[in-house]
Design a binder for this molecule. Structure first.
Ligand SMILES: Nc1ncnc2c1ncn2[C@@H]1O[C@H](COP(=O)(O)OP(=O)(O)O)[C@@H](O)[C@H]1O
Ligand SMILES: [Mg+2]
Length: 374
């Protein structure tokens, strides 16, 4: 099959209209479904590995099938393109997936200023949500980087693309002569790939490391390859933050924990980062610790930041106090004689009873009862 497939129709209805990109592993096309009345648009990924023999090809086909099955499961997430079809034709592998209209974060970063805190938090939380989903499905992406994140232009949602394990599993370099799969070539994206993955042992937190690097790049404009670690292995990046932007120190500490060199010292799950982000987001949304813009980057502990004025009980001022005392005086002048008068009136309301033994005054409201024993 020739290299440029523009104009070809696959499976009788996927017309390859335009080349979107081409990498070491093949080419990505924009395709149209000629069967569909509305001409739905798709992305077709074409892999064209070359195998030495039949058994290598058979293993690759089996692995491709397996991988495509798991991608179909993952495609049920609203931030992962759906997989519509996958097939093999004459040693060429094709994956047909949902077309996400928008820009990759890589393109976006070349056109925009450094992300402020709120943009960085949005990017982080959205990507963490999708990582949480794939990690819970026991899948490690292994190639988180700006070129593999697309922002949907309709609602700004971040999509994660390029589930690279497909190309890894059909890479002829990973096959022995008798077609046995043994990983020799990992996915390497310099700057984003952490040590343990470079040594062939990716962890879930390898994806979290790469995402931390992406967020740092978005905030500083510096590619992670151009950042260094100090003697304590801490990544030196805070001094590259834009001087007119202000960041919460808790947020910066959280990013630091994502990009620790030793994987054991990092966050181990997307969920635990989301949990630590929650109080930071609440604080920012309520504005309690949002400091006013400063000329220099100011790294603030939330406990140190100026608080919004709390609603307090307002005490009356001096003139109000006088008014209240004056009012109380007038009230007592009216109420006290009234009370005395009422009591007095009531006390005068007595009836006198008298017989040969006794004489007494009793309240008029009492009833009189004549008892024979008396
Ligand atoms: N589903 C998609 N929707 C829109 N564009 C895509 C899609 N998949 C890939 N692309 C475009 O093609 C490029 C390469 O695709 P990717 O899956 O990352 O393959 P590669 O293995 O070459 O990195 C992406 O950076 C993006 O520009
Ligand atoms: Mg890619």
């Amino acid at each position: 099959m020739c290299e440029n497939l523009v104009g070809k129709t696959l499976k009788e209805h996927f017309l390859l209209e335009k080349k979107l990109d081409s990498g070491g592993f093949g080419t990505i096309y924009l395709a149209r479904d000629t069967f569909s009345a509305i001409g739905g648009r798709y992305v077709v990924k074409h892999f064209s590995p070359r195998y030495e023999n039949e058994s290598q090809l058979k293993t690759a086909m089996r692995l491709f099938q397996q991988e495509s099955d798991s991608l179909q499961q993952l495609g049920n997430h609203p931030q992962i393109p759906r997989i519509y079809d996958f097939f093999e034709e004459e040693q060429n592998f094709f994956l047909v997936q949902e077309f996400i209209e928008g820009q990759t974060l890589r393109q976006e970063l070349t056109q925009t200023d450094n992300f402020d805190q709120s943009q960085a938090i949005k990017l982080l939380t959205q990507t963490l949500e999708v990582l949480k989903f794939i990690h819970e499905a026991r899948y490690i992406h292994r190639d988180i980087k700006p070129a593999n994140l697309i922002r949907n232009r309709f609602d700004n949602r971040i999509f994660l693309i390029d589930f690279g394990a497909v190309k890894e599993k059909i890479n002829p370099k990973n096959f022995g002569a008798e077609g046995k799969f043994a990983l020799t070539v990992g996915i390497l994206s310099p700057g984003y790939t952490p040590d343990e993955q470079l040594h062939g042992r990716p962890e879930f937190c390898s994806d979290l490391y790469a995402l931390g690097m992406v967020v740092i790049q978005a905030m500083t404009g510096v590619h992670p390859n151009d950042l260094e670690r100090n003697i304590n292995l801490e990544l030196m990046w805070r001094d590259r933050l834009a001087s007119h932007l202000v960041y919460d120190l808790n947020f910066l500490n959280l990013i630091d924990k994502m990009v620790k060199q030793k994987w054991q010292e990092r966050y181990q799950s997307a969920q635990s980062i989301l949990e630590d982000l929650e109080p930071i987001i609440i604080t920012l949304n309520t504005g309690i610790s949002r400091p006013a813009p400063q000329p220099q980057p100011v790294l603030l502990e939330r406990s140190q930041t100026p608080e919004t004025p709390q609603k307090t009980l307002q005490l009356p001022d001096k003139s109000n106090k006088f008014k209240i005392l004056f009012g109380l005086g007038i009230l007592s002048a009216i109420a006290i004689p009234l009370l005395l008068y009422t009591t007095n009136t009531q006390s005068n309301n007595y009836i006198t009873y008298e017989n040969e033994h006794i004489k007494l005054d009793y309240p008029a409201k009492w009833s009189r009862e004549i008892s024979s024993n008396f």
